[in-house]
Design a protein around this ligand. Structure first.
Ligand code: NDP
Length: 247
């Protein structure tokens, strides 16, 4: 089974990496269920996919709410059937030095970037466990494998999902199921993500970096496409994606 007709849930599908991935997978025949908070953006993306002959629906989803993820799975089942893949991609990146004590943003990052992924995993796991197969793809970050000034909490959430994904992979192998996992570690990708930064010095530095080296989110979409397209017993599970110009 390749991408064609696979039922794929994508969180954070209203812009950037999620949007680019939705469009590419739709072109390759996947049935998509898109989640994010902005209904207008999701509607426009779904309309575009359908006009191009693809299959997609959306449901307004806040990944911090476990019930929203359960409802996203239910929407998939109603429209298409049991999900084959979840792409846990929703995230925010309000980087700042720890000394700035932006504690509300720390909590938001933990809620969205870490608990949001856990909520996605929890929503599909009963189906994947029963069926003994499925695929969980999660967007971590290069800040999930290296430590950078300003990414104390952002990086903590991204290191955490890296651990989570590797443990799901090893537990699945131990339990003899065919649940596949793929973790993505993108570097500078030009999306709306920098808009979540409120610390002015962090924002200035990031803007300069992204303007100099950033690449388009299609780069990540192609990696997700590749991971899904592997045979069912092949788990290509970690991808670091750098712009060639980024040191
Ligand atoms: P965008 O800001 O373009 O996309 C983020 C997406 O997450 C949006 O669709 C947004 O939709 C959604 N989102 C945010 N909060 C929530 C929430 N509570 N519930 C549901 N959806 C939410 O940025 P990217 O495409 O770059 O980000 C996607 C992922 O990639 C993130 O996890 C990010 O950390 C990661 N990443 C990005 C890199 C980059 O350089 N761009 C580098 C490394 C990792 P809405 O506001 O409509 O809810």
């Amino acid at each position: 089974m390749t991408i064609k007709n696979k039922i794929v849930l994508i969180t954070g599908a209203s812009s950037g990496i999620g949007e680019a991935t939705a469009k590419l997978l739709a072109k390759h025949g996947a049935k998509l269920v898109l989640g994010a908070r902005r209904a207008g953006k999701l509607q426009t993306i779904v309309d575009g996919i359908q006009q191009a002959g693809g299959q997609a629906i959306y449901r307004v989803t806040d990944v911090t709410q476990p019930a929203d993820l359960t409802a996203l799975v239910a929407a998939a089942q109603e429209a298409f059937g049991e999900p084959d893949v979840i792409f846990n991609n929703a995230g925010i990146m309000p980087t700042s030095p720890i000394s700035a004590l932006k504690t509300a943003e720390w909590n938001d990052m933990i809620d969205i970037n870490l608990k949001g992924v856990l909520n996605g995993v929890a929503a599909v796991m009963p189906i994947f466990t029963k069926r003994r197969s499925g695929q969980i793809i999660t967007t971590s970050s290069v800040a999930g494998i290296k430590s950078f000034p300003g990414s104390g909490v952002y990086g903590a959430t991204k290191f955490a999902v890296r651990n989570l994904m590797e443990v799901i992979r090893t537990e699945s192998a131990q339990e003899g199921t065919n649940i596949r996992t793929a973790t993505l570690y993108p570097a500078a990708i030009n999306t709306e993500l920098l808009q979540t930064i409120t610390d002015q010095s962090a924002l200035t530095g990031m803007k300069q970096l992204y303007a100099k080296v950033g690449i388009t989110p299609d780069a990540i979409a192609r990696v997700v496409d590749f991971a899904i397209d592997q045979p069912a017993d092949v788990n290509v599970n970690e991808f670091t994606i750098y712009p060639t110009k980024q040191a």
